[in-house]
Design a protein around this ligand. Structure first.
Ligand code: FES
Ligand code: FES
Length: 168
Protein backbone atom coordinates (compact mmCIF):
# COMPACT_ATOMS: atom_id res chain seq x y z
CA UNK A 1 0.00 0.00 0.00
CA UNK A 2 1.54 3.30 -1.02
CA UNK A 3 0.72 6.94 -1.60
CA UNK A 4 2.34 9.69 -3.58
CA UNK A 5 3.60 12.47 -1.34
CA UNK A 6 4.99 15.48 -3.17
CA UNK A 7 5.90 13.30 -6.14
CA UNK A 8 7.56 10.47 -4.20
CA UNK A 9 5.95 7.14 -3.39
CA UNK A 10 5.74 6.30 0.30
CA UNK A 11 4.72 3.07 2.00
CA UNK A 12 1.64 3.43 4.14
CA UNK A 13 1.82 2.41 7.81
CA UNK A 14 0.60 -1.04 8.76
CA UNK A 15 -1.26 0.47 11.71
CA UNK A 16 -4.57 1.64 10.24
CA UNK A 17 -5.10 4.07 13.14
CA UNK A 18 -2.30 6.47 12.08
CA UNK A 19 -3.67 9.82 10.96
CA UNK A 20 -2.45 11.35 7.72
CA UNK A 21 -0.94 14.19 9.75
CA UNK A 22 1.05 11.86 12.01
CA UNK A 23 2.12 9.85 8.98
CA UNK A 24 3.46 12.96 7.25
CA UNK A 25 5.20 14.32 10.33
CA UNK A 26 6.34 11.24 12.24
CA UNK A 27 6.92 8.73 9.44
CA UNK A 28 8.06 10.96 6.57
CA UNK A 29 9.59 13.79 8.64
CA UNK A 30 7.60 16.37 6.71
CA UNK A 31 7.12 18.89 9.50
CA UNK A 32 5.51 21.66 7.44
CA UNK A 33 1.98 20.52 8.22
CA UNK A 34 1.32 21.51 11.81
CA UNK A 35 -0.60 19.85 14.62
CA UNK A 36 -2.48 22.71 16.23
CA UNK A 37 -5.62 21.24 17.75
CA UNK A 38 -5.63 17.66 16.37
CA UNK A 39 -9.42 17.82 16.23
CA UNK A 40 -10.38 19.69 13.08
CA UNK A 41 -10.73 23.16 14.58
CA UNK A 42 -7.68 25.18 13.50
CA UNK A 43 -6.70 24.28 9.93
CA UNK A 44 -2.96 24.17 10.68
CA UNK A 45 -2.75 20.61 9.33
CA UNK A 46 -4.40 21.34 5.95
CA UNK A 47 -2.86 19.51 2.97
CA UNK A 48 -4.04 18.78 -0.56
CA UNK A 49 -5.26 15.31 -1.53
CA UNK A 50 -5.68 15.03 -5.30
CA UNK A 51 -5.80 18.84 -5.24
CA UNK A 52 -8.60 19.10 -2.67
CA UNK A 53 -7.93 20.62 0.74
CA UNK A 54 -8.43 18.35 3.72
CA UNK A 55 -7.64 18.43 7.42
CA UNK A 56 -4.96 15.79 7.73
CA UNK A 57 -5.55 15.37 11.48
CA UNK A 58 -9.03 14.03 10.70
CA UNK A 59 -7.99 11.64 7.92
CA UNK A 60 -6.39 8.25 8.26
CA UNK A 61 -3.25 7.68 6.22
CA UNK A 62 -4.63 4.40 4.84
CA UNK A 63 -7.66 6.25 3.47
CA UNK A 64 -5.30 7.98 1.05
CA UNK A 65 -3.94 4.83 -0.58
CA UNK A 66 -3.19 5.50 -4.23
CA UNK A 67 -3.88 9.21 -3.92
CA UNK A 68 -1.63 12.20 -4.49
CA UNK A 69 -0.76 14.23 -1.40
CA UNK A 70 0.73 17.71 -1.63
CA UNK A 71 2.10 19.38 1.47
CA UNK A 72 3.69 22.81 1.75
CA UNK A 73 7.06 21.15 1.09
CA UNK A 74 5.83 20.18 -2.37
CA UNK A 75 4.74 23.60 -3.59
CA UNK A 76 8.02 25.31 -4.47
CA UNK A 77 9.76 24.50 -7.74
CA UNK A 78 13.34 24.02 -6.59
CA UNK A 79 14.41 27.37 -5.16
CA UNK A 80 11.48 29.18 -6.79
CA UNK A 81 8.68 29.71 -4.30
CA UNK A 82 5.06 29.12 -5.28
CA UNK A 83 3.48 32.48 -6.14
CA UNK A 84 1.32 32.29 -3.02
CA UNK A 85 4.33 31.64 -0.78
CA UNK A 86 5.98 34.76 -2.22
CA UNK A 87 2.76 36.74 -1.76
CA UNK A 88 2.64 35.79 1.94
CA UNK A 89 6.12 37.30 2.29
CA UNK A 90 5.22 40.40 0.28
CA UNK A 91 2.03 41.05 2.28
CA UNK A 92 3.29 40.19 5.77
CA UNK A 93 0.93 37.22 5.84
CA UNK A 94 2.56 35.66 8.88
CA UNK A 95 4.37 36.32 12.12
CA UNK A 96 5.33 33.05 13.85
CA UNK A 97 4.52 31.05 10.73
CA UNK A 98 2.81 28.20 12.57
CA UNK A 99 -0.45 28.47 10.65
CA UNK A 100 1.18 29.40 7.34
CA UNK A 101 1.61 25.98 5.67
CA UNK A 102 -2.04 25.20 6.38
CA UNK A 103 -3.15 28.63 5.18
CA UNK A 104 -1.28 28.24 1.90
CA UNK A 105 -2.46 24.70 1.16
CA UNK A 106 -6.00 25.66 2.14
CA UNK A 107 -5.96 28.72 -0.15
CA UNK A 108 -4.83 26.64 -3.12
CA UNK A 109 -7.64 24.15 -2.53
CA UNK A 110 -10.11 26.97 -1.89
CA UNK A 111 -9.29 28.63 -5.23
CA UNK A 112 -9.98 25.37 -7.01
CA UNK A 113 -13.38 25.10 -5.29
CA UNK A 114 -14.19 28.69 -6.27
CA UNK A 115 -13.11 28.09 -9.85
CA UNK A 116 -15.60 25.28 -10.24
CA UNK A 117 -18.35 27.45 -8.73
CA UNK A 118 -18.74 25.95 -5.26
CA UNK A 119 -20.78 28.57 -3.33
CA UNK A 120 -20.06 29.73 0.21
CA UNK A 121 -22.22 31.25 2.94
CA UNK A 122 -21.38 34.66 1.46
CA UNK A 123 -22.55 33.80 -2.07
CA UNK A 124 -25.77 35.68 -2.85
CA UNK A 125 -26.46 33.68 -6.02
CA UNK A 126 -25.70 29.97 -5.64
CA UNK A 127 -25.62 29.46 -9.41
CA UNK A 128 -23.37 32.42 -10.28
CA UNK A 129 -19.65 32.28 -10.95
CA UNK A 130 -17.64 32.96 -7.83
CA UNK A 131 -15.82 36.27 -7.44
CA UNK A 132 -13.19 36.13 -4.75
CA UNK A 133 -14.05 39.35 -2.95
CA UNK A 134 -12.49 40.06 0.41
CA UNK A 135 -15.66 38.91 2.16
CA UNK A 136 -15.76 35.68 0.14
CA UNK A 137 -12.14 34.98 0.99
CA UNK A 138 -12.67 35.70 4.68
CA UNK A 139 -15.55 33.23 4.73
CA UNK A 140 -13.84 30.58 2.61
CA UNK A 141 -10.64 30.75 4.69
CA UNK A 142 -12.44 30.91 8.05
CA UNK A 143 -11.40 27.34 8.88
CA UNK A 144 -7.77 28.42 9.07
CA UNK A 145 -7.05 30.30 12.27
CA UNK A 146 -4.07 32.56 12.87
CA UNK A 147 -3.28 33.18 16.53
CA UNK A 148 -0.86 35.96 15.50
CA UNK A 149 -3.70 37.90 13.88
CA UNK A 150 -2.06 38.10 10.46
CA UNK A 151 -5.42 37.66 8.73
CA UNK A 152 -5.34 40.95 6.84
CA UNK A 153 -2.03 40.12 5.21
CA UNK A 154 -3.15 36.54 4.59
CA UNK A 155 -6.27 37.68 2.76
CA UNK A 156 -4.29 40.29 0.79
CA UNK A 157 -1.80 37.63 -0.32
CA UNK A 158 -4.49 35.18 -1.33
CA UNK A 159 -6.54 37.84 -3.07
CA UNK A 160 -3.62 39.04 -5.15
CA UNK A 161 -2.48 35.56 -6.16
CA UNK A 162 -5.73 33.68 -6.49
CA UNK A 163 -7.62 36.49 -8.19
CA UNK A 164 -5.00 36.31 -10.96
CA UNK A 165 -5.42 32.54 -11.13
CA UNK A 166 -9.21 32.81 -11.39
CA UNK A 167 -8.81 35.16 -14.33
CA UNK A 168 -6.78 32.56 -16.29
S1 FES B 1 -4.54 20.19 13.71
FE1 FES B 1 -5.99 19.61 12.20
S2 FES B 1 -7.51 21.16 12.30
FE2 FES B 1 -6.15 21.65 13.93
S1 FES C 1 1.42 33.48 11.82
FE1 FES C 1 1.41 32.80 13.87
S2 FES C 1 -0.41 31.65 14.02
FE2 FES C 1 -0.52 32.55 12.06
Amino acid sequence: MSIDVNGSLAELPTDARVSLLDFLRDHLQLYGSKKGCDQGACGACTVLVDGERILSCLALAVQCEGRKITTVEGLADGNALHALQQAFIDHDGFQCGYCTPGQICSAIGMAKEAKRGVPSYMSADLAADVTLTREELQERMSGNLCRCGAHNGIIDAIRETMAAEMAE
